[in-house]
Design a binder for this molecule. Structure first.
Ligand code: C2O
Length: 478
């Protein structure tokens, strides 16, 4: 069930057509442009195939010390200077050695290639493992460029309420004297990522997913956190971050993804049943990257599953993790969505869900294979009724359920992904009450956040399936 668009693109952009699009023509090709001569900056500005450097050398082991990646906002002045020096050196390669695969734009283009231009890792079970491998090589390159292999990437812990602004290092100074700055962001240094995109309900819905399928996706569909929080933060930062093909051009991308990677790590730690796939099709997923010595390497999913021992970094203790309730298995509650495209939230369903939540358990709403508008990157809000969507009174208001981000692969919509978006939102008591207060069947609807009332367009939810589920809280019986 792989995506037709993606497959077409995987075979289409030959070097020749690529160069012609760049206006370079066949003459330049004939002159051996890729045979060691510098690539012009105009080429670096767009997504470039990683090239064909021959057979990769397998990645084997890393002998660095095991050291923590730390929250970006807790770095010391000296550590911030070091981080800035590393990106400065990486950016310098863009002009001094545009063919060097360790240069900043070449690094950014790796992400571009894997988000639809070449192949697609997003909205599949490759999402967490591929980004972990990508950040790993990126981190080693930064370390090498400053001559300190003890360097570890920082993470932007937007799940900590006081850390929801862009981390200081990345926006201070907020101009191009700062190698961590990006001038295209729509988020101002004074703004914060909204609670509804990264708050407790969102983190909990992801970290309590009890199978990898739900947390990390399948061969053709996403896990819960890939939408919110992951995608929502992309849209909130905006500019280059708002599209996968350009996201790697904003240094804050790597800090954002380190936190996404930490979520995977936290999810694994949250329960003994939170295990990664054991299918060989997953374990043998293989990707190639240039390492810090410009050596073309291949690495497998099975080689990134234990980030501490294999990749030599840890994440600090997670306060949030300690607060998670110990839930029993999720228990699905059937709905008649497939028949009627509505939910009846009444009678036994309502009683069961209310009871579980009142006793400290959890309830969820799942949207499987949700169709979303793809004309732009944006955050949509999910409501229980079209009327509530039209009013769009936000979190806490009647009928509000959560956010659904859409991050396009590229601005021009050349690579629209058809992989499934699977969403789950936590249903707090208030949300359950709002659902039960709805007159008649629940007709879910989306509306773009931040649009003026006159321009608001209510979009009825189209999804392959909509499910409800509950998990009772584990009680100690003594
Ligand atoms: Cu590969 Cu957050 O995107």
């Amino acid at each position: 069930m792989s995506n037709l668009d993606d497959r077409m693109w995987a075979t289409m952009p030959s070097r020749r057509s690529f160069l012609q699009r760049m206006g370079l023509g066949v003459g330049a090709l004939g002159a051996g442009l890729f045979g060691g001569l510098a690539l012009p900056e105009s080429v670096l500005a767009v997504c470039e195939p990683p090239g064909n450097p021959g057979t990769p050398k397998p990645w084997r082991k890393d002998c660095r010390m095991i050291l923590p990646r730390r929250p970006a906002s807790t770095l010391s002045a000296a550590e911030i200077t070091q981080l800035k020096d590393a990106y400065k050196a990486m950016r310098a390669l863009d002009t001094s050695a545009p063919n060097d695969p360790r240069g900043f734009l070449r690094q950014a283009n790796v992400h571009c290639w894997y988000c639809g231009a070449g192949t697609q890792v997003h909205f599949t079970w490759q999402f967490f493992a591929w980004h972990r491998a990508y950040l790993y090589f990126h981190e080693r390159i930064l370390g090498k460029l400053i001559g300190d292999m003890n360097f570890r990437l920082p993470y932007w812990d937007w799940d900590t309420p006081s850390h929801r602004k862009l981390p200081g290092a990345y926006s201070d100074p907020n101009d191009n004297s700062n190698p961590l700055w990006n001038g295209t962001r729509s988020m101002d240094p004074t703004e914060e990522i909204p609670e509804e995109d990264v708050g407790e309900d969102v983190m909990e819905a992801a970290l309590t997913a009890d199978t990898f399928t739900e947390f990390g996706g399948t061969t053709s569909g996403s896990g819960i956190p890939e939408g919110t929080p992951h995608g929502a933060v992309h849209v909130d930062v905006g500019g280059d971050m708002g599209f996968f093909d350009s996201a790697g051009k904003d240094p804050v991308f790597y800090a954002h993804h380190a936190n996404v990677d930490k979520m995977w790590s936290d999810w694994n730690k949250a329960s003994s049943i939170h295990t990664n796939p054991t299918a060989t099709a997953f374990l043998n997923l293989t990707w190639n990257f240039y390492d810090e010595n410009k050596v073309w390497r291949s690495i497998k999913a099975s080689q990134v599953l234990n980030h501490d021992t294999q990749l030599r970094y840890t994440y600090g203790p997670s306060k949030f993790l300690e607060q998670l309730p110990c839930l029993l298995d999720w228990f699905p509650i059937k709905t008649d969505w497939r028949v009627s495209q509505t939910l009846k939230f009444a009678g036994q369903t309502r009683a069961k869900m209310m009871k579980v939540v009142e006793q400290g358990g959890r309830a969820r709403l799942h949207l499987n294979d949700l169709a979303v508008p793809t004309e732009k990157s944006a955050v949509y809000r999910l409501y229980a009724t079209p009327e509530a969507a039209k009013a769009d009174e936000g979190p806490g208001s009647k009928g509000y359920l959560g956010t659904v981000p859409v991050v396009l692969n590229d601005r021009e919509r050349r690579h629209v992904s058809k992989n499934a978006r699977n969403i789950a939102v936590r249903l707090s008591t208030a949300k359950l009450e709002a659902l039960s207060g709805t007159v008649g069947p629940v007709r879910l609807a989306l509306v773009e956040r931040g649009v003026k009332p006159e321009a608001r367009k209510v979009i009825p939810v189209r999804a392959k399936d909509v499910l409800l589920s509950v998990a009772e809280v584990e009680r100690e019986e003594r």
